[in-house]
Ligand binder design. Structure first.
Ligand code: ADP
Ligand code: ZN
Length: 806
């Protein structure tokens, strides 16, 4: 008898379970199977085979769910690493690599049986339940639960089953996505037959049929029914008649739902590298094949030609017959990257992201697995695309937060997983950024990554300096009696820029019109009743909205605490900037780009294209503006307030502010004309602002790394965050305190010295969707072993190497 270790799709189980393989089944590692689990039947993935069971009593695998492996042994090894490192269930890690829409649940169905004579003795609720099932002949347990609540539904079904009025059984839910097919017409008769048939048809004046046959006879390939009909203007009946006479057949053909079918690309060829690109490329070439494949950190200012280096590396990998993955921070915001890749490698680029329809995702996945593409572009999840032979992973803007999955398990960081995956598959990694993550740069300094630099910015003018940055002290403006959002300098430069018919971008690190609303008399602040964070005012709908849970309420007339009507709208938002710009520059055409206006599909693409095509003069936006856009006609970037973000209670606040400012500043002057940047702030001496203004990454890094060393922050220690959530705050606090005691006891027992706790404290967002949250941060070095032995009770979530607010 053989045995299989199966990772099952059941919450809470960190490891795999052992099942016996019935002798009639042939089971491979990586294959999906159905297994009994408690009272249910669930899906699992085989992660290992053995001759000996790992436990005494084993159940048998019921049947395979696929007849081929879905995951390669290498992917399983990667999933195991993710599960161990990020302390998540093995199946969660495996799920990252499964085909889109693959996971299916079993549904419990109830059906009527037996004689219904005993109905008079039923309670009204039992009768209602029966009636519900009777309507369609079968009802899912879920439907009953919706009507009666979970507890009552279970009680009622138990009673009805007991009285033998209904049966209960489990079925697989229908697949969520299927391959798409369209009908094609194919000739089935041979040449002689067609000839004689055509003569016969013409004789009996069936000209349309004859014409159709003639047309098909000239085609080298089958043709879609619809295309045939529109080209010959012929009704379906004519095709059907030929089909009935066995001259043609209509067959479904599998077609690919191509997510890029709405785009068109002009093929391009690579430019001649500039001198600095040549030097960078040589350094990459020299180290490419040395020992184990290296991790490169391509550190180059915005617009220094990093993307061309990526494209060069891609071509190199393609020449060896292997494939690549290219990660971008957020694909919806980087249509230009996709465009550049697709133009260089026409027909060989796949995109994978959640903005695609389920059908498109499904087809793209299959297309990739069959080895049809050379490069997959996508957000962090593209790392798990089923490329047959991965040779290169590129991570563009590697410092971006979006590479860490924070909202659900597994809470992995794509950069760290990529480096692991590259090691397993013998692939090269290129991390690219103008403002590398402090931890990444530290590794490069230690020699763990190979540092490659591009120092000059390339523009159509040749090498050109980065734009000049002016810091404006907003305190001075106030002193001079200017209370507007715009400093006098920003106004003057904007006026001049618009007069010259050049474009302006205005950046704000927030959305909504006011960050919060406060009563001027008693100080009351409007907060979300569920999340406790301050509500944001949206002037268009005159509503207060919670940006975390989308709770929304009309703006009250008076303060609910003191009934005074003197409410003040604090802070600024993109909408208010828009209102002011409209007022100051009535002639200027404005575009606003933030999450509120870009919920539609392709909305980002449309907005960007409109701005690039000069359909607007001023673009006002939030974080999204910063993400690697290339807009050559922008010559002024104005940062309305650099202070937002600087004062977050997070040890990375300075780093984030610096990165954001550099990115925004990098948007100006990328075209024929030089650019200018204005940073407005209330803290002009802050080192993040000062270094950003000088485009001085190294200066910033040197200060920042000293600060991290002094306070023992990453990279000098490792953080793991534990969060407990509950509707009862007091219970939450007690559980957090109990847990920290458990950890401290464990520390004592194992004799680990370099471990300390921060907290327990209420989390930064202390309440989310009605649940209070308390957190503990474990700080230490090499905690893997310690953490892996920790069993967390229900209600806790664990985030290893968190990047959010701490
Ligand atoms: P980055 O990725 O560092 O922001 P890009 O690769 O986008 O930089 O390059 C910036 C601009 O310079 C782009 O418009 C690009 O087409 C152009 N460019 C890059 N390399 C060259 C080259 N060798 N010759 C001419 N133009 C180049
Ligand atoms: Zn809320």
């Amino acid at each position: 008898m053989s045995y299989a270790e199966v990772a099952v799709n059941s919450p809470g189980s960190r490891s795999s379970f052992c099942y016996a393989i019935p002798s009639k089944l042939n089971i491979d590692v990586g294959q999906a199977v159905w297994v009994p689990f408690g009272a249910r039947v669930i899906q699992g993935i085989v992660v290992g085979l053995s001759e000996q069971p790992s436990v005494q009593a084993t159940k048998e695998i019921l049947e395979p769910a696929t007849d081929y492996p879905l995951l390669s042994p290498m992917q399983i090894e990667l999933a195991q690493w993710v599960s161990e490192h990020y302390l998540c269930p093995l199946f969660d890690a495996i799920a990252l690599m499964l085909p889109p829409g693959f996971q299916r649940q079993t549904i419990t169905y109830l059906r009527l049986v037996g004689c219904q004579d005993s109905l008079p003795s039923l309670t009204p609720e039992q009768r209602q339940a029966l009636h519900l099932i009777e309507k369609t002949g079968k009802a899912s347990l879920k439907e009953l639960e919706r009507k009666f609540g979970a507890k009552k539904a279970k009680q009622l079904t138990d009673q009805l089953v007991h009285r033998q009025l209904i049966t209960m059984n489990q079925e697989l839910e229908p697949p969520r996505v299927k391959p798409k097919t369209i009908p094609y017409v194919k000739l089935t008769a041979d040449k002689d037959e067609i000839k004689s048939e055509m003569t016969r048809l013409n004789k009996c004046r069936a000209y349309r049929q004859a014409e159709l046959l003639d047309f098909l006879n000239q085609q080298t390939q089958p043709i879609p029914v619809n295309e045939l009909r529109s080209r010959l203007h012929c009704p379906l009946a004519v095709i059907r008649t030929l089909e009935n006479h066995h001259l043609v057949s209509i067959e479904p053909v599998h077609v690919r739902r191509d997510p890029m079918s709405h785009l068109s690309f002009t093929p391009t060829s690579p430019p001649v590298f500039t001198l600095s690109q040549q030097a960078a490329w040589k350094s990459i070439q020299d180290n490419w094949n040395r020992g184990s494949p290296p991790v490169f950190l391509l550190f180059g200012v915005t617009g220094s030609g990093k993307t061309e280096i990526y494209l060069g590396a891609l071509a190199k990998v393609i020449a060896t017959g292997r494939q690549s993955a290219c990660l971008v921070p957020e694909i919806a915001l980087t249509p230009q990257t996709v465009d550049r890749f697709a133009s260089r490698f026409p027909g060989r680029v796949a995109v994978l992201h959640s903005g695609l329809s389920p059908g498109e995702q499904f087809d793209e996945w299959q297309w990739i697995k069959e080895g049809n593409c050379d490069v997959v572009i996508g957000p962090r999840s593209a790392l798990f695309a089923p490329l047959p032979d991965l040779g290169l992973i590129i991570i563009d803007e590697e410092h971006e937060w979006t590479y860490k999955q924070e909202d659900r398990s597994p809470r992995y960081h794509a950069r760290d997983v990529a480096i692991r995956l590259a090691r397993l598959s013998d692939a090269v990694v290129i991390l690219g950024s103008a403002t590398p993550d402090i931890e990444t740069f530290h590794k490069a300094q230690l020699g763990q990554y190979h540092l490659v630099e591009l120092r000059e910015r390339i523009t159509p003018r040749g090498y050109s300096p980065l734009p000049e940055v002016n810091i404006i002290d907003m305190k001075e403006e106030l002193r001079a009696g200017n209370t507007s959002l715009f400093s006098r300098s920003l106004l003057a430069v904007m006026k001049e820029t618009l007069r010259r018919d050049e474009q302006v971008i205005l950046f704000l690190n927030r959305r909504g019109t006011a960050t919060f609303v406060q009563c001027r008399d008693c100080g009351f602040v409007f907060r979300c009743p569920r999340c406790s964070i301050a509500l944001t005012y949206h002037s268009m709908e005159r509503k207060l909205t919670c940006h975390r849970c989308h709770y929304s309420t009309p703006v009250p007339q008076a303060c609910p605490q003191c009934l005074n009507r003197r409410l003040k709208f604090f802070g600024i938002g993109t909408q208010r900037i828009e209102d002011e710009v409209k007022c100051l520059f009535p002639q200027a055409r404005l575009l606003r780009w933030d999450k509120d206006v870009t919920t539609k599909r392709h909305a980002h693409e449309e907005l960007l294209t409109a701005f690039r095509d000069r359909k607007a003069d001023v673009l006002i936006g939030t974080q999204m503006i910063a993400k690697g856009l290339d807009m050559p006609q922008v010559t002024l970037a104005g940062i309305i307030s650099a202070d937002t973000g600087l004062n977050f209670p997070d040890f990375r606040a300075g780093e984030r502010a610096f990165q954001l400012l550099c990115q925004v500043a990098g948007r100006a002057g990328r075209g024929l004309k030089a650019g200018e940047v204005i940073i407005q702030t209330y803290s002009p001496d802050n080192y993040a602002i000062q270094s950003a203004a000088k485009h001085d990454y190294l200066g910033f890094y040197n200060q920042e790394i000293e600060y991290r060393r002094r306070y023992d922050y990453p990279p000098f220690s490792q953080f793991t965050r534990l969060v407990y959530a509950h509707t009862n705050n007091e219970l939450c606090r007690r559980e957090a305190e109990r847990m920290s005691q458990v950890i401290l006891n464990e520390k004592e027992r194992t004799g680990i010295t370099n471990l300390s706790l921060i907290g327990p404290v209420p989390a930064f967002a202390a309440r989310v969707r009605g649940r209070y949250r308390w957190q503990i941060i474990i700080r230490g070095n090499d905690l893997d072993q310690f953490l892996s032995q920790m069993a967390l009770p229900q209600g806790w979530t664990v985030d290893v190497d968190p990047v959010g607010i701490i």
